[in-house]
Design a protein around this ligand. Structure first.
Ligand code: GLU
Length: 464
């Protein structure tokens, strides 16, 4: 068995989106699983659409997901000489040939074929054949170079997802591998790269399935062995339509902005089109141990935001409080909230994490402990009533002398409601409203303890 070598080969024409990240994850995991090598290759030959910003966005996305590559990044634009060298070798070997057909001639050919209801294809007029006399090369026309695709037989390969795939060579025409201006074409560069880089497993989106037979034929002509192919099915949005910007899945970094943990996104992506029994929650290490190509699903995977949110909360709860606080702190700082000015952030996030499914929601929840709180007039009117005011005043008087710990605060609350003949919410709700400007909070004694004696005293004083 050859050592495993996989690659991720994004075109830097946009961000690293969810589909690309899943391809990167599977290629990375397969290499890790087998102690192999994960190669990063930037396919930037579409110069009109490739940008350095997009390259950076891809690198940032992979770094955020912690998908480290072992070799590369290789840039196709820096490998032009190599592609040209291989083309020369193919011309010499007779597996490629010059084609002088002009654009006009190709258009005319296509029109004729369409009129005859035939599939448009190059008719091989410049293809050398034994005993065939080629036309005279026209003066002043720079030729393109075509691959001499085998005419007969089939191109067949073992596809790890679809099984054995066969394609009749008669279906494939002779692909242009270099344009008239000398630039090599996309499908050709991919083949030379996979060959040079010794790729053993091609794990990529199944939108490339149509390129596969042509690429394999070229690779075979070069004398390269055919790698295992594992095409990954499409990812559909929550609504069953193709995943698009509409689904907010523009860039994986958007998930960072939105408060998702990379741990959760990795676990989530792992289950998009791959399964290990009924397992839903597993670590990156576990995934690497389990990952195989046999359990990649051929049918489309559907994105499920609810499930991602659920996983996100799961991973947030798993984090030690100090780590969780460290991830929330910069989010608050970005809003201008200084968390050194208020209660211990670790304690705050630990108290609220059970009710928050993203880091942003958690930041929203704890922000009230570090900023001035102004309860709405409506909330005040609802909870600050003739019935509750005397109890609140008593509670305010009591806090000066109470030990600042949850059981003592709870006892003070109990004592106060008993004295005034009130039910718990009659004191708890106004206290919440005054302290944090909302009535949905964790246990009120814990919220009071967290806020701190001074802040609680000041809030009560302000409104009583
Ligand atoms: N550059 C191609 C893309 O971004 C991937 C090519 C490949 O994996 O072979 O879709």
């Amino acid at each position: 068995m050859k050592p495993v070598r996989t690659r991720f080969a994004p075109s830097p024409t946009g961000y690293l989106h969810i589909g690309g990240a899943r391809t990167a994850l599977f290629s990375w995991a397969y290499a890790r699983r087998h102690g192999g090598t994960f190669v990063l290759r930037i396919e930037d030959t579409d110069v009109a659409r490739s940008t350095p910003e997009a390259v950076q966005a891809i690198l940032d996305g992979m770094a955020w997901l912690d998908l480290g590559h072992d070799e590369g990044p290789f840039y196709q634009m820096q490998r032009m000489e190599r592609y040209k060298e291989v083309i020369q070798q193919m011309l010499a070997a007779g597996t490629a040939y010059y084609c002088y057909t002009t654009r006009e001639e190709l258009d005319a050919l296509r029109a004729e074929q369409e009129a005859r209801k035939e599939k448009p294809r190059y008719d091989g007029r410049w293809r050398p054949e034994e005993g065939k006399t080629l036309p005279q090369s026209p003066a002043g026309v720079s030729p393109a170079i075509r691959f001499r695709n085998p005419k007969d037989g089939v191109v067949a390969w073992d596809d790890a997802v679809k099984g054995r795939v066969e394609f009749a060579n008669s279906e494939l025409d002779d692909l242009v591998i270099a344009r008239a201006d000398g630039t090599p074409t996309y499908n050709f560069c991919v083949v030379v790269d996979d060959w040079d880089m010794g790729i053993t497993h091609v794990i990529r989106g199944d939108d490339h399935v149509n390129n596969t037979p042509r690429q394999i034929n070229i690779l075979t002509a070069l004398g390269g062995g055919v790698p295992t192919h594992a095409p990954l099915s499409m990812i559909l949005g929550d609504d069953g339509a193709t995943l698009s910007k509409r689904h907010g899945a523009v860039s994986v970094m958007q998930y960072d902005d939105d408060g998702y943990l990379p741990e959760a996104v990795i676990n989530y992506l792992a289950r998009l089109g791959w399964s290990h029994g009924d397992d839903e929650v597993f670590s990156r290490q576990q995934f690497v141990e389990w990952f195989d190509l046999d359990h990649i699903t051929a049918s489309a995977a559907q994105f499920n935001t609810e499930k991602l949110l659920w996983l996100n909360q799961h991973y947030m709860k798993q984090l030690p409080a100090a780590e969780l606080a460290a991830r929330v702190k910069p989010r608050l700082a970005a809003r201008g909230v200084d968390t050194d000015n208020g209660p211990c952030l670790e304690k705050a996030v630990a108290l609220y994490v059970d009710r928050c499914n993203t880091l942003n929601v958690l930041a929203d929840a704890v922000e009230v402990f570090y900023t001035p709180v102004t309860p709405s007039a409506e909330l005040l009117a609802q909870h600050l009533t003739d019935e509750t005011r005397p109890a609140l005043a008593d509670f305010a008087a009591g806090i000066a002398g109470v030990a600042w710990e949850i059981p003592a605060i709870a006892a003070l609350i109990k004592e106060t409601i008993a004295k005034h003949g009130l039910k718990m919410p009659k004191l708890a709700m106004p206290l919440r409203a005054l302290l944090v400007g909302q009535t949905q909070t964790p246990s009120v004694d814990a919220v009071i303890e967290l806020a701190g004696r001074e802040r609680v005293a000041a809030a009560l004083k302000k409104y009583l």
